[in-house]
Each structure stands twice: as structure tokens, then as C-alpha cells.
Design a protein around this ligand. Structure first.
Ligand SMILES: Cc1cc2nc3c(=O)[nH]c(=O)nc-3n(C[C@H](O)[C@H](O)[C@H](O)COP(=O)(O)O)c2cc1C
Length: 493
């Protein structure tokens, strides 16, 4: 009897699987059986598919991740020149690379991570790093919960990575600090080749960045890139995701839900006292006496007056009516994306004028102020913070706080809602600047207000309605409405 040694256990390795994005379809072109039509999110691509293996492979990829070795034996093995079937499949996969999801699975079939292309330009070309190559997570990479997976994404990447298992997350977590492939393999007690493959995927997806310059302190290109120096990861991601072109998240308002009615669920009105009707200006008088647009534009500037005076009720009424009221027919003097009007105005005054000290909610339809009965300490805090932000040594006579009812705009414009409402703040601020300049009132926009203070002062749940813009105003000693006699540059040289 001859005894033979048991076969050596094969080292665990990662299997590469291929699939197509769910929004991709594959069919044979109607006019030519040798041509295939691949429809992606972005376009229809006609491709030669004379060899049925190409069509079969793509079709299998529409059902989910598949090892292409099962479709074309030897596909992932070493390249053998002159193999036309393999070359045809490879070139087809390259042509539709922006629709191809690449998945790494362990030998038992468990999918570990997937790299999903997000844009037409996405091309994925993983390489296996050397055992001593050192990487770190990109400082722009963020990890969040997706649908059933952890989602690793970066505003600098054309791909997102789905981490399907705790093991994949452990691997990623090893790279919070620079680590070599060899160190990671040792730490996780995983074969070196497994880590090389996975790190190659994460590097090609832009989530891990390679270090250069060792031994000694390593250097990472993204840390030295002047274009990235002043971007915080949060701001770059918000910027990236609030405009189309660099990701695949829906931004198309046509696909969005209609905006909910104002004051629907999640939009509680703050508790208000008896409303105070504001004076309505005579627009014929305003038209007859107002300076020309160019005069107001040329005179506009930010005024930070320590000796600023309270606005009279007539002035406050005129300013709000001309800048922010809801017109009976439609619209307001400032524009709003989709006519959604997510902004609400709150007026806080010092009490040195006709209005008692406190905060008021402006009702743009009734052109009225609702006293909020805010605790005096919060009114003090609002005015104190605004004065400091404007660089004043006293409280500003009037603070206008703009809040946004996120539900109103978020439902109608998913993805771009936040950037759209900030643009709206800018449009309203410029309207306030120009009207107050024409009226001879000193205006100044502020960079920020305290979210917690305003939410508490106005009785709001900041998650549903939060401060997004602040503006201070003061009547000016010796000031009066700007007229055509105030030639450009004479009042404010
Ligand atoms: C979005 C924005 C935020 C601002 N934040 C502040 C601020 O926090 N404090 C301040 O005193 N001025 C602030 N300003 C006013 C600017 O400092 C001012 O517009 C700039 O210096 C140009 O001067 P001008 O407005 O007189 O032309 C802000 C202006 C804008 C548009």
C-alpha cells in the first residue's frame, strides 16, 4: 500500500467578482445579432458581441456578482497572448467600466466589499501593492450606514465602497493611521495576499492613499495638494453632493416629491401672542421718491454703527413689506427655488423703540409680527451675539434671524436642498441690503448666529427649522431715505 501526503491546504484568497449596476441592461441589438446594446444610467453603448461568451458574461453580471472564470475558464489567470475570447471580454468590460461593480469575496462565497462606480468617467484599475507599501485612509473618506452595509465614500472618488462584513471594516479601521500591508496582515492574522488584494481595491477606489518618502515620516499627496488645503471633509462632501456631475445621487427635482404644504407635520408654528399688524407702505409714494436701482446699488455698503437707532414701526413695516412679504397673487420680492419659500424671518429688537424688547415671528402673508414671549436671557444672548459678530460695542437695534423649514425644501429638492436654501439666504440678504440702503437704514449681513440660542429663543426644534442667516439693521443718526440727489458716491464715498 502506498501512502501519499495529504494535499497542502490552499491559502485563503479573495475571489474577484463582477456585476453590473442595477440600472444597467444588456440586450442584443435589434438590427444585428453580432452587436450588443448596453444601456447604462448615462447612455446606450453599442458593442461588438460576435463571441457569445461576451454577451453571456454581461448577462450573468446583470443578475449579481459572478466570477468570470465560471463564464470563461482562465479569465482571471495569467494573460496568455493571442487568446481572442479573453481579449474580447476584457475590452468589452473596459468599454462599460463605469457600469461595472467589482466585488471581493472570500473562498466560501462571502462577499467582503464592493466598489461601485458613480459617474460616467469612473474607471477602476486595482493593482496589488508591495508588502511594505504603506497607506492611510484619505482624510476625506467617511463611513456611514448604507442599506444593510457600511458605506465608505469620499468626495474625491468616482466610486463608493460597500463594506459587507465586519472583517472588511476591521481592515479599513487599520488604516486610521499609516500602516503597511504586512503590518495589517499581521494585525488581522490574515494572509498577506488577501490584504494586498483588498488594499489594492481600496487604493484604486480612492479610499486609501499611498504614503511616500519612508523611512521616517511618510508624506501623503493629498496633504500637500494646495487645491485641497482649505477644504474641510464635510464642506467638500456637501459641495460635491449638492451639484450633479461627480456622483450618482438623485438631484433631479422632477423625480422629487412635491413640497409639503406649509405648517404640515414637522412644521409647527412657534407659540405666538396676539399678532401686531405692521404698517403697509404706500408703494406709489415709494416709487415716486425712491432712488434709482443703480444709485442704491452704488451706495450699498455694510454699516456697523455703534450709535445706531431703533427702526420706527413704519420703517420696519416698510422694510419687511418691500423685502419679504408674500404678495397676494404670488411670490415675494426675493426669489425662491421652485417657489417653495423655506425661509422664515424672526425679528429681535432691543426695546428702545416702539416695539417692546423681545423676539417676533414675521408672518409674510398677513404682514404681521407675532410676539414669541422668548425668555429675556435668550433675547439678551441673541442681541449680544449679533452685536459681537458685527463688531459692535452695543446691541444692534434690530436683528433679523432667518430660519429654514427643511422639510419644505428637503422633500422637493433632495440632495440640493441645503445649498439651495443658503443661496436663497443670499438673495434675501441682498434684497434687505438694497431696500434698507434706499430707505437710509444701515444694514449688515452676519456670517452666523448660534443655532442653539435661536432654536431656544424661538421655540423651535432645530432639526425641523434652524437658523441659517442673520442680518442686523440700525436707523442712522441724521440719516434719511436715499434720493437721486445723493449722487453716486456722495453719501458713502
Ligand atoms: C454672507 C456674509 C456674511 C457676512 N458676515 C459678516 C459678519 O459676520 N460681520 C460683519 O461685520 N460683516 C459681515 N458681512 C459683511 C461683509 O463684511 C461686507 O459685505 C464686506 O466687508 C464688504 O463690504 P460692504 O458690504 O460694505 O460692501 C458679511 C457679508 C456677507 C455677504
Amino acid at each position: 500500500m502506498t501512502s501519499s501526503a495529504p494535499p497542502a491546504p490552499r491559502a485563503p484568497r479573495l475571489v474577484e467578482l463582477w456585476s453590473l449596476r442595477e440600472d444597467t441592461t444588456v440586450r442584443t441589438a435589434a438590427d444585428d445579432a453580432g452587436t450588443g446594446l448596453v444601456s447604462t444610467l448615462w447612455e446606450d453603448i453599442k458593442l461588438p458581441m460576435a463571441d457569445p461568451v461576451v454577451h453571456r458574461a454581461l448577462e450573468r453580471m446583470t443578475y449579481g456578482p459572478v466570477s468570470l472564470d465560471n463564464v470563461l475558464p482562465g479569465f482571471s489567470g495569467p494573460a496568455s497572448p493571442g487568446d481572442p475570447r479573453r481579449a474580447a471580454l476584457r475590452s468589452t468590460l473596459e468599454a462599460v467600466g463605469h457600469a461595472v461593480i467589482r466585488t471581493l469575496a472570500t473562498g466560501d462565497g462571502t462577499q467582503q466589499l464592493s466598489v461601485v462606480p458613480m459617474v460616467r468617467e469612473a474607471r477602476f484599475a486595482p493593482r496589488r501593492p508591495a508588502p511594505d507599501a504603506t497607506h492611510r485612509l484619505s482624510r476625506f473618506a467617511t463611513l456611514r450606514v448604507g442599506t444593510g452595509d457600511m458605506l465608505l465614500e469620499s468626495p474625491l472618488s468616482a466610486h463608493r465602497v460597500l463594506l459587507h462584513t465586519p472583517q472588511a471594516m476591521w481592515l479599513v479601521s487599520c488604516y486610521v493611521r499609516p500602516a503597511s500591508v504586512r503590518e495589517t496582515a499581521r494585525l488581522l492574522d490574515v494572509p498577506l495576499e488577501v490584504v494586498r488584494t483588498a488594499v489594492g481595491y481600496l487604493e484604486a477606489a480612492g479610499m486609501l492613499v499611498p504614503g511616500t518618502g519612508g523611512p521616517g515620516p511618510l508624506s501623503f499627496a493629498e496633504d500637500r495638494d494646495p487645491a485641497l488645503e482649505h477644504w474641510s471633509p464635510r464642506e467638500l462632501m456637501l459641495h460635491n453632493r449638492s451639484r450633479p456631475g461627480l456622483h450618482d445621487e438623485p438631484l433631479d427635482p422632477a423625480r422629487a416629491e412635491p413640497a409639503p404644504e406649509p405648517d404640515g407635520p414637522g412644521e409647527p408654528r412657534p407659540a405666538a401672542g396676539a399678532p401686531l399688524a405692521l404698517p403697509v407702505p404706500d408703494l406709489d409714494r415709494v416709487l415716486a421718491t425712491d432712488p434709482r436701482l443703480t444709485t442704491a446699488l452704488e451706495a450699498r455698503r455694510s454699516v456697523r454703527a455703534d450709535d445706531g437707532l431703533p427702526l420706527s414701526l413704519a420703517q420696519l413695516g416698510e422694510l419687511l413689506f418691500r423685502s419679504a412679504r408674500a404678495r397676494p397673487a404670488a411670490g415675494r420680492p426675493y426669489p425662491s427655488v421652485g417657489s417653495v419659500y423655506p425661509l422664515e424671518l424672526y425679528v429681535t429688537v432691543t426695546g428702545s423703540g416702539e416695539l417692546p424688547r423681545g423676539s417676533y415671528h414675521y408672518d409674510p402673508a398677513a404682514h404681521a409680527l407675532h410676539p414669541l414671549g422668548s425668555p429675556p436671557s435668550l433675547v439678551d444672548a441673541l442681541l449680544g451675539e449679533a452685536g459681537a459678530t458685527a463688531g459692535l460695542s452695543a446691541e444692534p437695534p434690530v436683528l433679523i434671524s432667518m430660519t429654514a423649514r427643511f422639510r419644505r425644501i428637503g422633500a422637493a429638492y433632495p440632495g440640493l436642498a441645503y445649498s439651495a436654501l443658503l443661496k436663497e439666504v443670499g438673495a434675501l440678504q441682498q434684497t434687505l441690503y438694497l431696500v434698507s440702503t434706499a430707505m437710509g437704514i444701515g444694514p449688515c449681513a452676519l456670517a452666523f448666529g448660534d443655532t442653539a440660542t435661536s432654536a431656544r429663543a424661538f421655540g423651535l426644534d432645530w432639526r425641523a427649522e434652524s437658523g441659517v442667516g442673520e442680518f442686523v439693521l440700525a436707523a442712522l443718526p441724521g440719516g434719511g431715505p436715499l434720493t437721486e440727489h445723493d449722487r453716486i458716491g456722495t453719501r458713502y464715498p
